[in-house]
Every structure is written in structure tokens, then in C-alpha cells.
Design a protein around this ligand. Structure first.
Ligand SMILES: Cc1cc2nc3c(=O)[nH]c(=O)nc-3n(C[C@H](O)[C@H](O)[C@H](O)COP(=O)(O)OP(=O)(O)OC[C@H]3O[C@@H](n4cnc5c(N)ncnc54)[C@H](O)[C@@H]3O)c2cc1C
Length: 405
């Protein structure tokens, strides 16, 4: 086998790591390139959905994820004005379709670490980091990536296919004619972490959404570095508020004061601000370049779907590449990847994450009540609740993709 008979994976975030692991397990040589010396420890994905746990089980990843994470069967919707619990959803009702009718709360960098620990045992898996991918190219029969290492040396790596798993600003996508249409929300999301136990104060579950006309909040628990638990609160920053204001102690104090009135000062461990977008690539494939994860689609994080759907991309692309690699299928099979993943990204992740945000922030009193009443009725009706959780857990997304020919 020639040195260039391999798949180049640009980006070793959760999606690139999983794509690399999945391909190497099938005996397909991969090199994953990432500019970071180790996975970023910022406060992004926290929730692994039942659909992901089901996909992780047969590839030997689920036990470690459950062991290191927090298992949570329920999530809450609250009326942030009255603090009433409007709806509690119980993933337990998915036991008829999932071997994992619960979510696992685990920091993104720990999930990546679990994937890499498994991948690095495989002879066909190589990760190069920290290296910057400077440029990528493709021709009729190969792909190339120019890599700069920390000494400034530039080398060119070749392969037969390239997976662009390099996030929202993907250099791979930029090297194609593929569009990235959609929009950016006016607000940014400020993610604050604290060791203060919100469950003890407010009877929260590990995932909670508090609807409010101006100051909604999403609140989650993750294990934290000491395993004792770290709570994350996500608050919206209005367009007219500057970054400096939003990151200031005063702004943060005011948000917690509104959210938990009368409580002693909350000690904040981390603060991270994110711009929030809804965009989907016009195609998930151009020639030998395949886009996956945030390189192909980005969405607001309400509902915990971006990384989870990216994992589905990674495994779907690996299935197709394996068949092409082994001569069991012609290359146009990659067009099926595009159809399956692009359509479902629109139908599930974009639709649900936008709906979640609108319900959370609705400021028209009547419309707000309608939205919350709908949530309450959905949670109370077993059939409606099952259908809602099939969508929100992205199990229906996996099923829908399989139907697309
Ligand atoms: C606040 C917040 C909360 C979230 N919560 C959830 C959640 O609970 N559940 C969920 O499913 N999703 C969630 N998400 C979304 C999730 O974080 C993303 O969907 C996920 O990180 C996408 O993974 P990825 O591997 O596609 O891209 P990324 O995580 O962006 O990884 C891309 C990698 O590529 C590397 N890279 C990029 N360009 C280059 C280059 N030129 N050279 C070398 N390396 C490069 C980067 O260093 C990085 O490691 C959340 C996002 C935010 C902002």
C-alpha cells in the first residue's frame, strides 16, 4: 500500500476523532491533523444523546462514557417568570427503541479523550498535533494538505479522500465552491460555570431550560475536574451589550441575582462567550472532500444536538468510505452521504434548535403561554412525549437518514 493510500482528516475535535477511530477500526489508514496540542477545554458540548450512546455501544465507547459522565434520564422546562416547572421529560419512555434511554452529561474534551484513547491503540490511526493545516487541494485521484509544524516547517501530506472536520470556519469547506447559508443570531451566549449546586437550590435536573421574555437561561450539570460536579448556566447577551460588559463581574452578578434572587454571591469558575449561528453547507461533499460536524452545519446549542449529529456524520461517512475502499461500492455513494446527512441536519438539528430557542425567549405573553402549554401537554401525553423525545434525542434522525436513498 502506498503512503498516500489513506484518508486525511482535518480537525481532531469530537467529529474528526470519531471519524478517525471508526475508519482505523475498519483497517483504513488515517491521519488526523489538529492545531491544538490537546483537545480544547472550553465549555461546549455537555450532553451525549441516547442516539449517540446507541452508536457508541457497538464500537466500544459507551462504557467509558457512562463511567466518566453523569447519567440523567430527565430534563426540565420551566417558566422563568414564575419559576414553575412546566414540563419534565423522561427519556425512560425510549426504552422500546434505545438500549440507553438516558443522556450522559460529560464535557466535550473528555469525550474526545475517550475516543482518542481507543483510537491510539489502532495501528492504522495517527494523529499529528499541534500542526496547522495551511492549505488543502484535490485532483482527480488524490487529496493534499500542507501542514505547518510548531517550528514553522511546512510539509505536504497526500491521501485518497479528505474529511473536513475542522469546525465552523473549515478550511476544507473554504477550498470548495460549497456555500454555508443561514444566519447568525444577534445575541451571543455567555456560558458561566460554578460549583454552586443548583439542584439543591431549585430542584433542578441535570438539564434545564428556563423560558423568560428577556432573560432566559439554560442550566446543566457536568462532572467537573474533581468529579464533584460543575454547573453551567447559559445566559443570552443582548446585541447592544459589549463583550466587556457581558464578561464583567457586574453583568454576571446581575444575571445570577435575577436567576436566583436572594442567594449569596455565586462564585464563577469560568466564563466563555459564543457567537451563535444557524448554517448548513450547500453540499456535504465535493469531489474527494467530505464535510462533517460543524464544518458542515452549525446551530445554537439549545437541545444539545451539534456534536451528536456530527457523530452521526462521522459514522455515516466511515460506512461509505469503507465500502468504496473495499471496492464494494462506487464513489457516487458519497452523494448518498450528502443527501442523508444534509437533509436530516435541516429537518432535525436546525428545526429543533431554532424551535427550542424561540420557545425559550418568546416575549409575547400570549405566544409564550401557548408554547409552554404545548410543552406541558407534550410531556404529559405518552404518545406525544415519545415522538418529541425521538426527535430531540436524534434517534429519529438516524432512522430518517436510513430511509433516504
Ligand atoms: C456553548 C455550547 C454548548 C454546546 N453544547 C452541546 C451539547 O450539549 N451537545 C452537542 O451535541 N453539541 C453541543 N455544542 C456544539 C458542539 O460543541 C459542536 O457541534 C462540536 O464541537 C463540533 O465538533 P467538530 O469536531 O465538528 O468541530 P470542533 O469541535 O470545532 O473541532 C474542530 C477541530 O479542528 C481543529 N482545526 C480547525 N481548523 C484547523 C486547521 N486549519 N488546522 C488544524 N486544526 C484545525 C480545531 O483545533 C478543533 O480541534 C455546543 C456548542 C456550544 C458553543
Amino acid at each position: 500500500m502506498s503512503d498516500s493510500n489513506r484518508v486525511l482528516i482535518i480537525g481532531g475535535g469530537p467529529v474528526g476523532a470519531l471519524a478517525g477511530y471508526s475508519l482505523a477500526r475498519r483497517g483504513i489508514p488515517v491521519i488526523v491533523f489538529d492545531r491544538l496540542a490537546e483537545p480544547a477545554r472550553d465549555h461546549r458540548a455537555a450532553t451525549l444523546q441516547p442516539s449517540t450512546l446507541d452508536l457508541f455501544a457497538p464500537i466500544g465507547l459507551v462504557d467509558k462514557v457512562i463511567e466518566r459522565g453523569l447519567v440523567s434520564s430527565h430534563f426540565q422546562w420551566r417558566d422563568g417568570e414564575t419559576d414553575a416547572i412546566v414540563a419534565e421529560f423522561d427519556h425512560g419512555c425510549l426504552a422500546d427503541v434505545s438500549a440507553h434511554p438516558f443522556v450522559v452529561q460529560l464535557e466535550q474534551h473528555k469525550t474526545i479523550q475517550i475516543i482518542l484513547e481507543a483510537a491510539e491503540k489502532l495501528p492504522d490511526f495517527t494523529v499529528l498535533r499541534p500542526v496547522d493545516v495551511m492549505a488543502v487541494r484535490q485532483s482527480a485521484d488524490r487529496v493534499e494538505a500542507d501542514i505547518r509544524d510548531t517550528d514553522g516547517r511546512v510539509t505536504t501530506h497526500t491521501g485518497t479522500y479528505m474529511l473536513g472536520c475542522d469546525g465552523g470556519r473549515s478550511i476544507v469547506r473554504h477550498a470548495t465552491s460549497v456555500t454555508f447559508e443561514g444566519f447568525t443570531w444577534e445575541e451571543r451566549f455567555n456560558v458561566l460555570t460554578t460549583k454552586t449546586d443548583f439542584a439543591a437550590i431549585k430542584n433542578f435536573r441535570y438539564r434545564n431550560y428556563c423560558a423568560h421574555p428577556t432573560r432566559w437561561a439554560a442550566v446543566f450539570k457536568v462532572p467537573g475536574d474533581d468529579g464533584l460536579g460543575l454547573w453551567r448556566a447559559v445566559f443570552p447577551a443582548r446585541a447592544e451589550e459589549t463583550d466587556a460588559q457581558v464578561m464583567s463581574d457586574g453583568w454576571i452578578h446581575d444575571r445570577f441575582d435575577e436567576f436566583l434572587p436572594g442567594r449569596p454571591e455565586i462564585k464563577v469558575e469560568h466564563r466563555n462567550m459564543y457567537a451563535v449561528h444557524q448554517r448548513v453547507a450547500g453540499s456535504f461533499r465535493e469531489g474527494r472532500f467530505i464535510l462533517a460536524g460543524d464544518a458542515a452545519h452549525i446551530n445554537n446549542p439549545l437541545g444539545g444536538m451539534g456534536m451528536n449529529s456530527g457523530f452521526q456524520d462521522a459514522l455515516n461517512a466511515a460506512d461509505k468510505l469503507e465500502m468504496i475502499w473495499n471496492g464494494a461500492a462506487p464513489e457516487p455513494l458519497l452523494d448518498l452521504y450528502d443527501r442523508q446527512r444534509r437533509l436530516t441536519a435541516l429537518e432535525f438539528v436546525q428545526a429543533q434548535s431554532i424551535a427550542n430557542k424561540k420557545t425559550l425567549e418568546e416575549n409575547d405573553r400570549e405566544a409564550r403561554q401557548v408554547g409552554l402549554d404545548r410543552m406541558r401537554r407534550t410531556a404529559e401525553d405518552p404518545v406525544a412525549c415519545h415522538a418529541f423525545l425521538m426527535r430531540s434525542s436524534l434517534i429519529a434522525m438516524v432512522q430518517r437518514a436510513e430511509e433516504i436513498a
